[in-house]
Design a protein around this ligand. Sequence first.
Ligand code: DP6
Length: 324
Amino acid sequence: MKATAIASPNIALIKYWGKADDKLNIPLNNSISMTLNELKTTTTVEFSDKYSKDSLILNKKEATDLERVQRILNEVRRIAKIKESAKVVSENNFPTGAGLASSSSGFSALALAASKAAGLDLSKKELSILARMGSGSACRSVYGGFVEWIADKTSDGSYATQLAKPDYWDVRMLVAIIKEEEKEVSSTAGHALAKNNPFLETRLKIVDKYLKDVRNGIKEKDFTKVGKAAEFDCISMHATMMTSVPMLLYWTTGTVRIIHAINKWRNEGLETYFTIDAGPNVKVLCKPKDSKEVQKRLMEIKGVKNVIENKPGEDARIVESHLF
Ligand code: DP6
């Protein structure tokens, strides 16, 4: 009753911000993402009666807060009709909790590994719903390539579907790391602050147009269409964050430096677009032919510690070698 899964984080081109249901992680709007190929979470789960309670070792440290992990483990035990406790060991090959979407890959890998370890063979749709219960954005990491999460009002209807496979369109997402430490306000706490914010209402009124642009832009491989819509949607989400009470400001000086640089490069003819999540790090969308030049320029910006180049990544998958 042991299984290991690998999943990659995804970065939203159209963001999930604000929940219709806080417990079930049902979003207020559809979102669209790209799965990243270089960043990975590996998770091994074992259910056994030799364990007296559930445990989690994340990046070699014993975790004390198991609430979200147990949402998934409990759901798996319920479906599989088993009672055993589980040992979960999980490792990221990138900084955790720093706005690099570690919860998306983490809960997607956990959903897949736990369900397999319990002897279940869930469909992608069922896996997506299960992963969503741990963290909303994780439902998108069940798939590689480009993915849309349907908001819906019910738990059974709120899951991700694949818009395009990883090799359909080669674009690059450069992750510019400014800060590797864990963020002070989690995205879960941020979602709650979005409630009753009049700017969120405006964002939700206009988001459909941008969803359509990104959806069609991916289909048509139209870099400008996708980039413009994604950048606008990111700004619209951060405007909502900044106008929350208390204010939620994830940007640092380094973040703003990159935003200015991207605007300047674009005006000079180097076409790149930015997107930012619940943290200061910036993800930069560029064409494959420009990737080396953009990486070089990003590394020259004060405060940028590292740049990781990503292509569209693969689906979450089972692997044979275990972490314990
Ligand atoms: C800004 O999925 O981390 O990255 O459902 O509470 O776990 P929970 O939130 P989470 O929120 C992600 C927010 C975002 C945008 C996005 O990924 O769509």
